[in-house]
Design a protein around this ligand. Structure first.
Ligand code: SF4
Length: 174
């Protein structure tokens, strides 16, 4: 019985691995194709879409309603993402799931998106979005969906690419 459970667990792990690999490949191909496009999008038309799990799990600030509710304590990357939004004039927002994220993307002011999430969410978003998406895979040092992190340099590179200010070390956001 134990053996069977172990075997099933192994098969599940392998399948999960394949799904993640496929999603990561979709993300990388998407970003690679965008590397060769010359974007020139106004910052105020760029949405930086963040997952709820990037917020420190003990923080009670309602950053889904308004990311500017962040108090800037620095316990999670939200502080830096808000600062980056102010620095470049892009609009960061937090979504609690794919449906809310898509509703943000479909708002008329949005012309392009920098999306931060896990591989699976990014793949779904890339397929669902009618607008260009540059995707940044999050970090999950505490496992999925809790206290996740993000490479801020990659978010910055993606923003610069959409604005049309490519840097010498060209963005490879994923
Ligand atoms: S940086 Fe902002 S969102 Fe993150 S824990 Fe502090 S107040 Fe909360």
């Amino acid at each position: 019985m134990v053996k069977k459970a172990t075997k099933e667990g192994t098969v599940t792990d392998i399948n999960k691995g394949k799904v993640t690999w496929f999603a990561r490949t979709v993300v990388r191909l998407n970003n690679y194709r965008k590397l060769h496009k010359n974007f020139n999008i106004s910052p105020e038309n760029i949405l930086v879409l963040l997952p709820r799990c990037v917020q420190n799990s003990e923080c009670t600030q309602n950053i889904v309603k308004d990311i500017n509710n962040c108090k800037g304590c620095g316990r999670c990357p939200v502080k830096s993402l808000v600062s980056m939004g102010q620095e470049y004039g892009v609009i960061p927002r937090v979504a609690t799931g794919g449906r809310l994220a898509l509703s943000y993307v479909l708002e008329s002011w949005v012309e392009a998106v920098v999306a931060v999430a896990c591989e699976a969410e990014l793949k779904a978003g890339i397929f669902a979005s009618p607008k260009p998406v540059l995707a940044v895979i999050n970090h999950r040092p505490h496992g999925p969906c809790t206290n996740t992190g993000v490479d801020l340099a990659k978010v910055r590179e993606a923003v610069l690419q959409l604005i049309g200010k490519k840097t010498a070390c060209q963005a490879k956001p994923a």
